[in-house]
Design a protein around this ligand. Structure first.
Ligand code: GTP
Ligand code: MG
Length: 203
């Protein structure tokens, strides 16, 4: 390499700055699988051991969506009430928030309303919101009804996904669909700000 340190070629810097930044936040009760979802998305890995997130963790991935490279910043927040203040500091400017519950654990589903309220209080009201039923590989008849979960999400205008970090089923689909929806939203907002007159005329 004959390149001087700290002097990237112009085209590399241009590509880097043209990437779209997306802030994704995962919330939900302790142990529902937020860290596992993010780890599966970033590294295609799953581990059965449980290591509670201490406050907050962070992941990063460049993901191509419809030919556009997105810089995806993933904020993995602890579900423990002990870290409420830490979470509330991190909610601003979120593009996508996914609320996770465990399909085998009714109380984790009952908790989603509180998570929605916490985000509504401290986050931005422009974020795209999704509900995720995780651990479908462990689903039993007496678990959370998928119909109830779908209805809950639909009533709040949220998308609903089901995932298993153990088998990987649904994980990539969930992230791809969330990222596609938020990219379209961002592109639309950029079009509107570039052509305000056209938009005003059309309405
Ligand atoms: N069988 C199964 N186990 C899972 C799945 N997702 C997560 N787990 C397990 O559930 C436990 C908790 O997962 P985490 O991802 O650490 O949960 P969390 O929501 O990040 O929990 P906190 O950080 O404490 O808020 C771990 O033992 C995981 O291996 C899944 O889809 N299927
Ligand atoms: Mg965690």
């Amino acid at each position: 390499m004959d390149r001087k340190p700290g002097h990237l070629p112009r085209d590399v810097r241009a590509v880097a700055s043209s990437l779209i930044w997306i802030k994704v936040v995962g919330i939900g009760n302790v142990g529902v699988g937020k860290t596992s979802l993010i780890k599966h998305f970033c590294e295609s890995k799953f581990s059965t051991g449980y290591q509670p997130t201490v406050g907050v963790d962070y992941g990063f991935k460049v993901e191509a969506v419809q030919g556009i490279d997105l810089r995806v910043h993933l904020w993995d927040l602890s579900g423990s009430c002990e870290y409420e203040d830490v979470r509330n500091e991190l909610y601003s400017d979120t593009d996508v928030v996914f609320i996770v519950y465990d399909v085998t654990n009714q109380s984790s589903f009952e908790g989603v309303e509180l998570w929605l309220r916490e985000f509504a209080t401290y986050g931005n009201n422009t974020a795209l919101m999704c509900l995720v039923g995780n651990k479908t590989d462990l689903r039993e008849d007496h678990g959370v009804s998928p119909l109830d979960a779908k209805r809950w999400a639909a009533q709040r205008g949220m998308s609903y996904f089901e995932t298993s970090c153990a088998s990987g089923e649904g994980v990539q689909t969930m992230f791809s669909e969330m990222l596609l929806a938020t990219t379209r939203k961002k592109q639309l907002a950029a079009d509107v700000s570039q052509h305000p007159a056209v938009t005003q005329h059309a309405s």
